[in-house]
Design a protein around this ligand. Structure first.
Ligand code: ADP
Length: 495
């Protein structure tokens, strides 16, 4: 199959979240199976053409915008890690005014750029112009989240009449919390008629909702775990799009993300002091020792460590964990014989609260910042990993924890439900500890349960670790499910 990933993020070029990892890892897994996979992404200011040795395609490219046209350059490179015989080509749309600035969607002083609807309308329209320019027409146009949600719209309401008659579109929702809702005055840039504004379902309380139009227009829609797919069809998790998602019937489903086994693998991790496996766990003890040292905790091999790595935002349950006066972290550390390490950046109140907890508690340590090295050390050196998420489309950290023998303590939601099995203290089965309600009490009690089991049911805890480490979260499995989705979409459109 010819597959074109249309995306606003992809590692190693531009990343704000899991979307960037998923797009590249999925592309690599599909290419490994022999498909012609290519990527198209904006050439943000931070993507250095010289360092990456990007080559220009000959001649500028015109992209219709409203009644006029915008011009850009196109650069190409190969995605690192792809097959050397048929490398994965990446096309970069280079438009100085839209993308020649700091930030992908915004900067701290302007978190959501005012011209984002126009930037990503331009980019989504450019996808089709690029295919014309290189005379390569994909079987599959795969869009991701609201920034490229207009790709399925342009295909359905225009381009399918042209060279794209056999092309089908897939839209993957990585996070329903971001929908690309802007003033309807931006709609002119799409060049579509006002009849399409209503028939494609852009209309949203007198605003324009880009993701909503994409969901209505794509041939197939998916999200990143089966349980989150179900949850998003309810008003509690649907962010007002539950009805529309439900209306897609079996054309909307969940496919669990994989994890990159080259990067997240205790058998070959270069960030930790010693590698380890189910056969020899001594490396995990060394990681724990170094973790205590790095965070300034007293060395103590027998004290359980709870790890927490996260964006510090409401989605991750940080209010219930760190909220001043009512969050559970303070009482957990005060009442239980454990150590607690935190790595994260995000909301200012939360960063401040973490610093304040550190000054009040000797067994609580937090680092504010982003560090790949420390995140690997925390995953390897901790005994438990806490994720009290409000909602979680898939979640990667709990899967990393499982394969590193670090037992997840999670809220029973989204992809966490699909990947963690609750502990049963009578039979000793399970891979983690789960709770349903997002309350400080539930977090406190479930951490308490895990710590109790650590001190009183140690053989069961050790067995749980090993069970988690044997889990298969490989991308090959998920790529197979995407191929099935592509084939079904193809049958639907092409018969
Ligand atoms: P989300 O994509 O919603 O942020 P996931 O669990 O799917 O949540 O993925 C988060 C990823 O980002 C994990 O790999 C986690 O280790 C990483 N991460 C989050 N915050 C930090 C940080 N401060 N430093 C290093 N890695 C981080």
């Amino acid at each position: 199959m010819n597959i074109l990933m249309t995306t606003s993020e992809a590692v190693p070029y531009a990343k704000t979240g899991g979307l960037a990892d998923v797009v590249s890892a999925l592309s690599l897994a599909l290419a490994k199976q022999g498909h012609d996979v290519r990527l198209i992404i904006p050439r943000y200011y931070g993507i250095n053409k010289a360092v990456l040795k990007l080559k220009p395609l000959k001649g500028p490219m015109g992209i219709p915008m409203g009644g006029g046209e915008e011009w850009c350059e196109v650069y190409t490179g190969n995605l690192p890690g792809g097959p050397s015989k048929n490398p994965i080509k990446v096309y970069f749309l280079d438009h100085e005014r839209f993308f020649g600035r700091d930030g992908i969607y915004g900067v701290p002083s302007e978190p959501d750029f005012l011209d984002n609807p126009r930037r990503f309308t331009f980019f989504s329209r450019g996808v089709f112009q690029l295919c014309r320019k290189i005379d390569w027409y994909p079987d599959i146009l795969h869009a991701h989240d609201w920034p490229t949600a207009l790709v399925p719209v342009f295909l359905k309401y225009g381009e399918r009449r042209n060279e794209f008659a056999k092309t089908v579109s897939i839209l993957t929702i990585h996070n329903l919390g971001y929908q690309g809702i802007y003033g309807r005055d931006n709609f002119y840039a799409t060049g579509l008629g006002w009849d399409t504004f209503y028939s494609a379902g852009f209309e949203d309380w007198n605003m324009m909702n880009m993701l909503k139009a994409g969901i209505n227009s794509a041939d197939m829609v998916n999200t990143v775990s089966p349980n989150y797919a179900e949850e998003t069809k309810t008003s509690a998790y649907g962010f007002r799009l539950d009805g529309i998602l439900k209306s897609r019937g079996t054309d909307y489903r969940g496919i669990l993300n994989g994890i990159d086994a080259d990067i997240w693998n205790p058998k070959k991790d270069t960030f930790i002091p010693a590698v380890y496996s189910t056969k020899d766990m001594s490396g995990k003890a060394k990681a724990k020792e170094l973790l205590q040292k790095e965070f300034g905790l007293p060395p103590s091999p027998d004290t359980p460590i709870i790890g927490f790595i996260s964006r510090l935002t409401n989605q991750k349950g940080v209010g219930e964990l760190f909220g001043p006066a009512y969050g559970s972290a303070y009482m957990i550390c005060r009442d239980m014989n454990l150590q607690f390490v935190v790595l994260g950046t995000g909301d200012a109140w939360c960063e401040n609260e973490i610093r304040s907890l550190e000054s009040k508690l000797s067994n609580f340590k937090g680092k504010i910042g982003y560090s790949d090295k420390l995140s690997h050390l925390i995953e390897a050196g901790s005994d438990f990993f806490l994720m009290p998420s409000r909602y979680e489309p898939c979640g990667l950290s709990q899967m990393y924890s499982l394969v590193y023998g670090t037992i997840p303590i999670v809220r029973n939601t989204g992809g966490l439900t699909d990947t963690v099995e609750n502990y049963n203290q009578d039979t000793g089965t399970g891979t983690g500890f789960m709770f349903d309600d997002l309350t400080p009490e539930a977090i406190y009690n479930t951490v308490g349960w895990a710590i109790w089991a650590y001190y009183n049911r140690r053989p069961q805890i050790e067995a749980m670790r090993l069970k988690g480490m044997k889990k298969d979260f490989s991308w090959d499995k998920s790529a197979g499910e995407y191929l099935k989705l592509y084939e079904e979409a193809g049958k639907k459109v092409r018969g």
